[in-house]
Design a protein around this ligand. Structure first.
Ligand code: NAP
Length: 289
């Protein structure tokens, strides 16, 4: 992914870019990267006075904005709540964005979303994407694969009794840092009016990589390769989670990320459970892709 530098396709030297969810895992990295490249990047989230669900602060923050990047996520995980979040938030962003003359709406979603409609979370992402496609604002939808930071969260949502049940299928996860680099580059490029896929440089089996991640955290939970296990309530097969051949690939390999992540953790305070977690994993235990 870093084969192209972030500013290479930039249309303008400095743009006002508002990151909805700009305080989250991807959002905070994205805002830093855009600022490093000279853009006026604004982190919009409830604790900075912008709520995309209630509409609070939206008209104000979008004044003079060229690009909106939606990297928000629902704080509530049940099917009805997540659908309400993405539908209401996306409608508000598109309505206020059109009124403010926003020229590019970018949203982060998940590789394979259309194939995962048995899951309430993914039905909400499908609804979000449909609203974006139907709006008058030029757009790019970024489909990312699972984040390395989400592997522990994936274990947490895949518990049957005290064991983690996961399918033995392929996926191509990536680091949150590579996600943010790609989203930043796409945000300053021309709208695609379509979907761009981004992914990690290596393929793994879901159950095997989660087992490796838990071992690295000294998390004692056993991971079972279960052919009947679902992915966030959706039935999946060998290639459901894989991107297509045109996906843009990140550079960070899993082992390198693990080493960096262990170095960060060694400076952190121990967790009450005795299970080490990086700051990013504390955030991404939430249901997310
Ligand atoms: N996890 C994965 O493996 C994966 C893979 C592909 C794509 N994705 C997608 O990536 C996106 C971002 O994920 P993430 O892990 O970076 O999320 P995250 O760390 O949970 O951050 C979510 C952000 O949304 C903000 N937010 C919540 N409610 C809001 C509201 N009403 N108005 C404005 N902002 C609001 C949060 O602010 P507060 O912290 O103040 O609440 C936070 O800044 C998600 O849409 C997800 O579907 C995830």
């Amino acid at each position: 992914m870093a084969s192209k530098c972030l500013g290479e396709e930039s249309r303008e030297k400095s743009m006002k870019i508002v990151a909805i969810g700009g305080t989250g895992l991807i959002g905070s990295k994205l805002v830093n990267k855009l600022r490093e490249h000279g853009h006026e990047a604004v982190a919009a989230a409830p604790n900075t006075g912008v709520n995309s669900v209630t509409g609070e602060g939206l008209a104000e923050v979008l004044k003079g904005t060229s690009v909106v990047v939606d990297v928000s996520n629902s704080p509530d995980w049940d099917d009805a709540a997540v659908l309400k979040f993405f539908e209401t938030s996306t409608r508000n962003l598109l309505t206020h964005g059109a009124a403010a003359g926003v020229r590019h709406h970018v949203a982060l979603s998940v590789v394979g979303t259309d194939r995962l409609s048995e899951s309430g979370y993914f039905r909400a992402k499908i609804a979000q994407e449909k609203l974006i496609r139907e709006s008058s604002i030029p757009f790019t939808i970024v489909h990312a694969t699972q984040f390395f930071e989400f592997l522990k969260g994936l274990a947490d949502i895949s518990m049957v009794g005290d064991k983690v049940h996961l399918p033995h299928v392929l996926f191509q996860p990536m680091s949150a840092d590579d996600v943010a680099t790609a989203v930043a580059r796409i945000a300053v490029s021309a709208p695609m009016n379509g979907i761009v896929e981004i992914a990690g440089p290596e393929e793994f089996r879901v159950d095997e990589l989660v087992r490796r991640r838990l071992a690295s955290l000294k998390d004692p939970r056993e991971v079972i390769a279960d052919p009947n296990a679902r992915y966030d309530a959706a039935k999946i097969s060998e290639e459901t989670l894989l991107p297509g051949n045109d996906a843009q690939l990140g550079e960070t390999r899993f082992e390198a990320w693990l080493t960096q992540s262990a170095a960060q953790t060694s400076g952190a305070h121990p967790q009450p459970t005795g299970v080490a977690m990086t700051t990013n994993e504390k955030d991404s235990h939430k249901r997310a892709g």
